[in-house]
Ligand binder design. Structure first.
Ligand code: ADP
Ligand code: MG
Length: 325
């Protein structure tokens, strides 16, 4: 007996419709309804699109893709210090493949459940594989962390470890060899990033600025510096890295940590006097943080080593409309 391809609405019903826990109205009507928000809270909104061959390799397991599509969006809410509430999913795919949908939905909802958030709507169409999620979060009015708040004298911090996703990409490209458990761990960091949602919220009132690292430290820090009208010095030898990256040559470590994208760690500034509070907040969230440099009045970004010598190497951020690194 030939199996019938699942239609658009059956597909939505089977894979993407669940009773919302927090939203007032979920999938199935012309709009979803979120709220009312608690008095004084602002709605934080962010969208991120994932395109096959550009943001992910066709070899990625569907559940990891579902996870990552939501994770990169939650990372944006984290960078603003917002609490996630709900999200929408716009999905284009060439054909209905139930094994793909099954895995994708499993990874997506596992992360959604971890954060207690609802998929409240979206759009589904045939086309080249393309995933666009929009997340909605809440943040107390005026307290969102912004890129524009860094001040000269602030310390610069990053969460977690940098460069693993780029290292994994280099292994896939065949430029670096990495075996066994070390490869699995960096591959997991690339395919299954952890959005620092709790840390972002814990940094409200402590951090003066924040951004999540999606395009590489140099480029993303550049956005903060430009928005804040300041400069910075970063000590490349203070950047936190995994054991896998630590086993690589120094030049590759620098390249991965400074210019590698897809880390989804938080980069933030805070007055030096807040250092203890920053460390306490991070510990409470179970996330490591490292102090990597300082904000200065002199414009521009200076990258130095432990000895204070300027690194000559040029590190460039990822830009979709320029040559890929
Ligand atoms: P409309 O034509 O009114 O835009 P659709 O027919 O596209 O609505 O979708 C029907 C319902 O299913 C809507 O509530 C929409 O939000 C939801 N929906 C469509 N695609 C998805 C998806 N991929 N994930 C979750 N909800 C979806
Ligand atoms: Mg409609």
């Amino acid at each position: 007996m030939a199996t019938m391809t699942l239609g658009e609405f059956d597909l939505i019903a089977r894979y993407f419709t669940r009773t919302p826990r927090r939203a007032a109205l979920g999938v199935g009507d012309d709009c979803a309804l979120i709220g009312p928000l608690p008095a004084g809270q602002q709605l934080a909104v962010s969208s991120d699109m994932l395109v096959e061959g550009r943001h992910f390799l066709s070899t990625v397991a569907p559940d990891r893709l579902g996870h990552k599509a939501l994770a990169v969006n939650l990372s944006d809410l984290a960078a603003c210090g917002a609490e996630p509430i709900a999200f929408t999913l716009a999905l284009a795919m060439p054909r209905v493949e139930e094994a793909f949908l099954d895995g994708f939905a499993r990874g997506l909802f596992a992360l959604a459940d971890e954060h207690g958030i609802d998929l409240v709507g979206g759009d589904t169409t045939a086309g080249p594989l393309n995933i666009c999620i929009t997340v909605f979060g809440a943040v107390p009015g005026g307290q969102a962390l912004l890129r524009s708040g860094a001040r000269a004298g602030d310390a610069l911090w990053v969460s977690g470890a940098l460069g693993d996703a780029r290292l994994a990409l280099e292994v896939f490209r065949g430029t670096v060899a990495l075996a066994g458990g070390a490869f699995d761990s960096v591959r997991r960091r690339m395919e299954c990033p952890t959005p620092r949602v709790a840390l972002g919220q814990a940094l409200r009132g402590l951090a003066t600025s924040a951004i999540d690292l999606s395009d590489g430290l140099v480029g993303d820090l550049g956005h903060v510096l430009a928005r804040s009208g300041v400069g910075a010095t970063v000590n490349a030898d203070a950047l936190p890295m995994s054991a896998a990256l630590a086993s690589m040559p120094r030049a590759l470590q620098y390249e991965c940590m400074l210019a590698g994208g897809d880390d989804y760690e938080l980069l933030f500034s805070a007055p030096p006097t807040a250092a203890r509070e920053v460390m306490a907040a991070a510990e409470k969230c179970g996330v490591a943080v490292a102090r990597i440099g300082r904000v200065e009045a002199t414009p521009g970004l200076r990258i130095v080593d432990d000895a204070g010598a300027l690194l000559a190497q040029r590190f460039t951020a990822f830009d979709h409309f320029r040559a890929a690194p």
